[in-house]
Design a protein around this ligand. Structure first.
Ligand code: CO
Length: 171
């Protein structure tokens, strides 16, 4: 019957054990919270779409169908091994009607902003960060309300032109 009392103490002990050995670490109860969340909960309601990117400049998912307003979580995984400077990948969902070529061309000069051109940022509905090899990022968003096709690309220089793109089809 003392289990409920000892569990927090055990967690606190784990936190202390894994933290630094300074004596003041024992007076910080706050770190116990992260230790209790060993299993992160998925975003409630969002449908997960996992997309792999590779050194061949391809997404393994080139078509996503969604209901209008549906909450989606796109998880982008860079499966490649080439360095980020030469073969970075992101996932950028463009608004309907955006000229993919124009966006990609502008993106080439936007290295400082992770290849999202500031002048066209308003045309981006959702995007991940630019990934190096074996990195993963995710973005949660709601599919547009207006049915139609929305292009997504990798905005690393020349990748969209080389075929690194796909389409979100909103029904
Ligand atoms: Co790419």
């Amino acid at each position: 019957m003392k289990l409920t009392n000892t569990l927090p103490l055990m967690l606190a002990a784990l936190v202390v054990a894994s933290g630094c050995s300074k004596s003041d670490s024992t007076s910080a109860p706050a770190p116990a919270a992260p230790a209790a969340q060993a299993t992160p909960a998925p975003a409630a309601g969002a449908r997960v779409v996992t997309i792999e990117a590779n050194d061949a400049m391809k997404f393994n998912v080139v078509r996503i169908e969604a209901a209008a307003g549906e909450e989606l979580k796109v998880v982008l995984k860079n499966m490649g091994t080439l360095p980020k400077e030469a073969m970075g990948h992101n996932w950028v969902l463009l608004n309907k009607g955006v000229d993919m070529m124009a966006f990609s061309t502008a993106a080439m000069a936007a290295k400082a902003t992770d290849y999202i051109p500031p002048a066209m940022a308003a045309q981006v509905l959702a995007h991940t960060k630019m990934l190096g090899p074996k990195q993963t990022d995710e973005v949660t968003f709601k599919a547009p309300k207006e049915p139609g096709e929305y292009t997504y690309i990798c905005s690393f220089p020349a990748h969209a032109m080389a075929g690194m793109r796909g389409v979100l089809v909103v029904k």
